[in-house]
Design a protein. Sequence first.
Length: 374
Amino acid sequence: MSASKTARTDPMVQPAPRLIIDLAAIRRNYARLQAMAPGARVGAVVKANAYGLGAMQVLPVLADAGCRTFYVAHTAEGREAREALAGRPAEIFVFNGFWPTDLAALREAELFPVINDLHQLHQLRELAPDLPCAIHFDTGMNRLGLGPNATQTLIDNRDWLAGLDVRQMLSHLACSHEAAHPLNARQLERFSRIREAFPDIPASFANSGGTMLGPRYHFDILRPGLALYGGPPSDDLPNPFEAAVRVEAPVLQVRTIAAGDCAGYGAIFTADHEMRIATVATGYADGLLRACGDGGFGRIAGTTVPIIGRISMDLTTLDLSNVTDPVEPGDWVSFLGEDVGAMAETAHTITYEFLVRLGQRFQRVYRDTPDTAD
Ligand SMILES: *Cc1c(COP(=O)(O)O)cnc(C)c1O
């Protein structure tokens, strides 16, 4: 974040909040992941509109950075991804399984289903054996994929895969954000054992957090989402990724309140000394989660400005005590950016949820500054 103050808006124009999305940061995060795992290919998880940042803008950037493998949750997201890629070569996998009524859509947009159970496998064999697919093994998360019994059945009946075009075998870590969690090693061991049964199928195991766990977790294809967008993938390790999204909200009013005065709905905040406060034009309708009111903060030219009182739908009040410069209507306050993890914590949630809940009302500004040689 730049330390200089963002230029004030035109005083004749009603100021509105905007979302600044840094496409160059996403490109650098992709390159960083590739550098962390030189022996693997780096795919990109772009479900939920690229974690809220905008599939249409984000996917071409990733493809042009060298990404050839994309993952979405729904078939409809896959169609959107194919459209966003505008002819760039890419495999697109759909996590949520093979469902026969999707077959035409899968073929039309050239999407590859991820098989999550043996029933789906048999349906694929019957209806579309030529359609490339992936197989998801559940190695301990107990969420999606072939569980231990189905996995053993498939290992014992490997010929079921004969004639199918299985492009990947994958599994997903439940606890990759906690480096020392014992389930990580247990899932790795199970996945490695399954892999021995299917040595010719490229293997994908690590999400963002898994990438941080070291080369044993990398296999052939990484499957990061959060790290691409700059979120912190690990609770214990420093975040090597660059924030790619921030909110900029304009100040609408500045006032001085006396000791004993309150601010906002419910009068839950009371000043204990005279203080200067600002009201900015963003609120929970924009995804600034109401739960952030306790401990959340924005920044003016890098200086933190704590949120006081309740966040309302369109407005948020801030304590300007840390700011020595004058603050006036039209000045910009930024939120999230590299603080997104801390903000999520104040709201008792995770960066992921914060990103995907960023609102539709923002003006979205996509910046793509060329990389400087360094
Ligand atoms: C969402 C998801 C990912 C990406 O996880 P991040 O923690 O965002 O890197 C990878 N694999 C599967 C199966 C997922 O559902």
